[in-house]
Design a protein around this ligand. Structure first.
Ligand code: SAM
Length: 216
């Protein structure tokens, strides 16, 4: 797991927070053993943060971009309304077996719609309004996702966007060739200048942008 917080502080925070359930612990282990880039998993603090936001909102519809092995899918699903559903989009079909295995173990298969494909092309086919949107897919399209999805956010909903500090590169001089950092920087600036939203950049793990619509 990647974090900008010093390791000892991160460990202290995690040991003073509610522990993940046994299915999440097993998923975390299996992700580290069997996937090529295990550091993409969000893990304990971030998962619990998303779970708590979801439990506060009690969403009917959640959209996640970037499932990976479904750690955060499971965390977000824990707060769903009784009739709520989470849609999660992942472009890598090789991850399907581990995703479906753990959705089943966590007993949330019926509440989860896993869509395999490119988020940019799948989003327009969904025809839903969302209470929580969690963006954790390709950084290059962060601004595209924001522009597509903000109009589809319900009034009391929230958009959460991961990795907005991008390993600390965001506050340093950005190399011309560094497309991802440039894209995240453009996204952060755009949101900061968007008068229609209230936003908080939280230094959680690799940086989490929280965005709400401001109602007139
Ligand atoms: C950082 S990981 C997601 C981590 C996951 N949310 C978690 O916390 O465990 C990013 C995932 O997004 C997927 N991805 C990248 N670009 C995508 C796209 N355009 N559409 C759908 N998924 C994409 C990658 O295959 C990868 O599994």
């Amino acid at each position: 797991m990647f974090t900008l917080i010093p390791e000892d502080i991160e460990a202290y925070c995690e040991s003073h927070s509610t522990q993940p359930d046994s299915v999440l612990q097993e998923l975390y282990r299996e992700t580290n053993l069997k996937t090529v880039r295990p550091r993409m998993i969000s893990g304990h603090s971030q998962g619990l943060f998303l779970e708590m936001i979801s439990r506060l909102i009690r969403p009917k519809r959640v959209l996640e971009l970037g499932t990976f092995t479904a750690y955060t899918t499971i965390c977000l699903a824990k707060g769903l309304d009784k009739n709520g559903r989470i849609y999660t989009i992942e472009e890598n079909p090789e991850l399907s077996p581990i995703i479906t295995k753990y959705l089943k173990k966590e007993k949330i298969s019926s509440k989860t719609k896993l869509l395999i494909g490119n988020a940019l092309t799948l989003i327009p086919s969904l025809h839903e309004y969302w209470d929580i949107i969690y963006i954790d897919a390709d950084k290059i399209n962060y601004l595209n996702y924001y522009k597509m999805l903000l109009p589809l956010l319900n009034n009391n909903g929230i958009i959460l966007v991961d990795n907005v500090l991008w390993g600390g590169k965001i506050s340093k001089e950005i190399k011309h060739s560094d497309k991802d950092t440039k894209a995240i920087s453009a996204f952060n600036e755009y949101v900061q200048n968007d008068k229609g939203v209230r936003n908080l950049l939280l230094p959680l793990r690799d940086g989490m942008m929280m965005i709400q619509k401001i109602h007139q």
